[in-house]
Design a binder for this molecule. Structure first.
Ligand code: ZN
Ligand code: ZN
Length: 169
């Protein structure tokens, strides 16, 4: 987990701090599957700008995620560019709109921020190809490799069970 200490960043209004930081990325859980960042640590550009009423935090990085295709489960790689922005008021007075969830005790939780920003930028369904045909509901074979259909009697598992029973009698 990468936490950036804000203790040594003392800025006056209008001043900006800019640095390259190494951010450790966490695996993402999406639709019951896990997507692993490769590499797990990426260089990121962190910018902190002091405004009159608070601080603006900006984080930019590129990440590559490995995980299953949503439809056919084959290994899929997703590249994403993240440009995230957070605002933290000097006196938020408990207003969540004025408070960044990643700032606490003079520290910025870069790993949690990077994880959420990555998740926000991902498509709802990660597909190995936009026209992925998926797996056959009946036999489970990959329809991208073996396009096929089943006739209806075969497609209904209840009939299959009945046939099996008949065979035993
Ligand atoms: Zn697929
Ligand atoms: Zn099939």
């Amino acid at each position: 987990m990468t936490v950036f200490s804000l203790r040594n960043v003392r800025l006056r209004t209008g001043e900006q701090f800019r640095d390259e930081v190494e951010v450790q990325l966490e695996p993402l859980a999406l639709g019951g599957a896990e997507y692993l960042p490769v590499p797990a640590t990426v260089p990121a550009q962190l910018t902190i700008t002091k405004a009159t009423s608070g601080s603006v935090f900006e984080l930019s990085f590129r990440a590559r995620l490995h995980g299953p295709c949503f439809r056919c489960l084959r290994d899929t790689v997703v590249d994403e560019s993240v440009n995230a922005r957070e605002y933290q008021a000097s006196n938020p007075d408990g207003d969540p709109e004025l408070e960044s969830p990643y700032v606490a005790d003079d520290a910025l939780d870069l790993s949690a921020w990077a994880r959420d920003a990555l998740a926000l930028g991902l498509p709802d369904k990660i597909l190995h190809s936009p026209d992925c045909a998926g797996l056959c509901f009946v036999c489970g074979k990959d329809l991208n490799e073996e396009p096929h259909t089943h006739d209806e009697a075969e497609a209904d598992p209840r009939w299959a069970a009945l046939d099996e029973l008949r065979g035993k009698l």
